[in-house]
Design a protein around this ligand. Structure first.
Ligand code: MG
Length: 387
């Protein structure tokens, strides 16, 4: 029996983690649950799974939660409560959205837990701080991102420990998002509704917009570099609209190994919970009895400049990814609230990166500061533009 903590329990990743646990009740037991503000759903999960501890991010909802959860359940509050809760199970699923997930990533690894990481931003923004914590006895970092879960499986084919041995390159696949093939004139007119229509994956709004700009893929390039210790020159991105091949690894002898399934996040979640074993409930298995075609094409780097902005921030290293990630979160917020057009997301990030100060990622404070500075660059730019 593996004990599981789910942070961001009421979001997209959290709810799908709950489904995996429901499917395999003999294998997994939820002992800790946390959500930011969806108190009713959190309480209903607590009544179903009877965890030892729950946490609510928004302190104003703590009293409501206390009344709704089974007697004897410990209730924690706020960011500190999250970090405490992240030490209370063998596997910690970090499904928090955005940079706010950093504290949980650091807490889970430094307490020697397996971190099932869906919150890629914490690894991307704070790679230099997260890396040494991976050496904590018992600590383990398994990605809950379909591409990186695929890469994790591909790398195991040439090294049982999943090290990047005999590797020529990692090939990250991208669906291309809803605007694949669109020209610059059409992209000027993109609406929020259109950007939230992902062709193959149903996800939260922030990551869906990131997918439409290819920033999500850029962040995933940095994530792959951090997870597997592979040089940026050895990470390739290829557009694959069907989202069936989740990523590939090409080895020095010319062989490419790929992992395929229907797009279903429950598969990477279950992989991270059960590794090195596999669960017996299939999620996303392909029906090979029907006709299928798979397509691959290079990304349009000109109309989707966020991809190369991310490569550049990654290669700069230190606090540049945090700076860029902060700028991106602010720009995506501005787009979602109707203040800027879709192409301005990339403009604002580029302008923020041009102001990067080169600060070393020596502490959590340095990373938090870079994140804040990235956001401030966007805010200043917006007010200069009268938005
Ligand atoms: Mg992904």
């Amino acid at each position: 029996m593996t004990t599981v903590a789910v942070l961001g329990a009421t979001g997209s990743i959290g709810s799908q983690t709950i489904e995996v646990v429901r499917a395999e009740p003999e294998r997994f037991r939820i002992t800790a649950l946390a959500a930011w503000s969806s108190v009713e759903l959190l309480a209903s999960y607590a009544r179903e799974f009877q965890p030892e501890v729950v946490a609510i991010g928004n302190p104003g909802l703590a009293a409501t939660l206390r009344m709704e959860v089974p007697e004897g359940t410990e209730v924690l509050v706020g960011a500190e409560g999250y970090e405490e809760l992240a030490t209370r199970a063998e596997v910690v699923v970090n499904g928090i959205v955005g940079f706010a997930g950093l504290g949980v990533t650091l807490a889970a690894l430094s307490s020697g837990r397996r971190l099932a990481l869906a919150n890629k931003e914490s690894l991307i923004a704070a790679g230099p701080l997260v890396q040494p914590l991976r050496a904590t006895p018992g600590a383990e970092l398994i990605p809950v991102d379909s591409e990186h879960c695929a890469l994790h499986q591909c790398l195991r084919s040439s090294d049982p420990e999943g090290q990047a041995r005999y590797l020529h390159q990692l090939v990250l696949t991208a669906s291309g998002g809803p605007f694949r093939g669109w020209g610059s004139v059409e992209l000027q007119e993109v609406t929020v509704e259109q950007a939230l229509e992902h062709p193959t994956w149903a996800m939260g709004p922030k990551i869906t917009v990131d997918s439409s700009t290819l920033m999500n893929k850029g962040l995933e390039v940095i994530e792959a570099h951090e997870l597997f210790g592979v040089d940026y020159k050895q990470i390739e991105v290829v557009v694959h609209p069907e989202s069936i091949v989740h990523s590939m690894a090409t080895f020095t002898d010319g062989a490419t190994i790929a992992q395929l399934s229907e797009p279903d996040m429950r598969l990477p979640i279950a992989y991270a919970l059960a590794y090195p074993e596999r669960i017996s409930t299939p999620f996303g298995s392909i029906d090979w009895g029907t006709n299928k075609s798979l397509h691959f094409e290079p990304p349009d780097r000109k109309n989707f400049p966020c991809l190369d902005l991310a490569y550049s921030a990654g290669e700069t290293g230190d606090t540049a990814p945090a700076w860029m990630n902060g700028a991106n979160e602010a720009a995506v917020d501005a787009f979602l609230s109707g203040r800027i057009s879709w192409p301005e997301i990339a403009n604002l990030i580029e302008s923020a990166l041009n102001q990067y100060d080169g600060a070393v990622a020596e502490s959590v404070e340095a990373v938090v500061r870079a994140d804040r500075r990235g956001r401030e660059c966007v805010a200043t730019d917006l007010s200069d533009r009268g938005r």
